[in-house]
Write a protein that binds this ligand. Sequence first.
Ligand code: C5P
Length: 231
Amino acid sequence: MNDPRIIVALDFPEPAAALDFSARLDSALCRVKVGKELFTSAGPQLVEKLMKQGFDVFLDLKFHDIPNTVAAACSAAASLGVWMINVHALGGSKMLLAARHAVEGKKTRLIAVTLLTSLNQDDLRELGITDAPETLVRRLALLAQHCGLEGVVCSALEAADLRKMTGKDFWLVTPGIRSANDNRDDQARIATPAIAVRNGASHLVIGRPITRSSDPLKALQQFNNEISAAL
Ligand code: C5P
């Protein structure tokens, strides 16, 4: 079965640009991610069009609300037929379990965001949380696993630690991926594809190094080659 590890982040403001771009990719080589901006402007129709182009869609809406509301949102997302959705682990176990029950028996996979990488120790203290960020990430990943979720989003640098704790089958989906010569953009903690998969990443989210490339398909192929060489 075709099971690409790369998920291309379609961070475009409107649907025409996203669809023109995705038509230049190959669904055998990647999946695609639709986030809050694009989904808010383009809605389910865009998701359907991407699926018609043959892509598995990761709908990255990071649901976080009371359990009943999150379950209903997950159920609606799963009805679109998307490959994967996500929720915030900080919503707690009752919310995570409700989300999982909502997708049970459906083909849609469910993962959790542990802690947003934009939050540092000072931000946590401001929220009354005294744990170090990495301690909280570990706890939230284990909570997501305990609640039966498929995996978590984490940085490639956290993946090695989480892989040891969660065993081999838990999905670790890692953004912040750059090849040695790529622009870092606004990413502070980056890893190459080789480091990410060696650290145990199961899937790699890659945006600008592919979306801003003059030859996106070639960039995608190069990333896939780097992954294959590292495995
Ligand atoms: O362009 P770039 O490769 O930096 O895009 C990374 C994608 O992963 C973006 O869609 C970004 O929102 C997402 N992401 C991230 N860091 C996280 C979670 C998600 O960069 N911690």
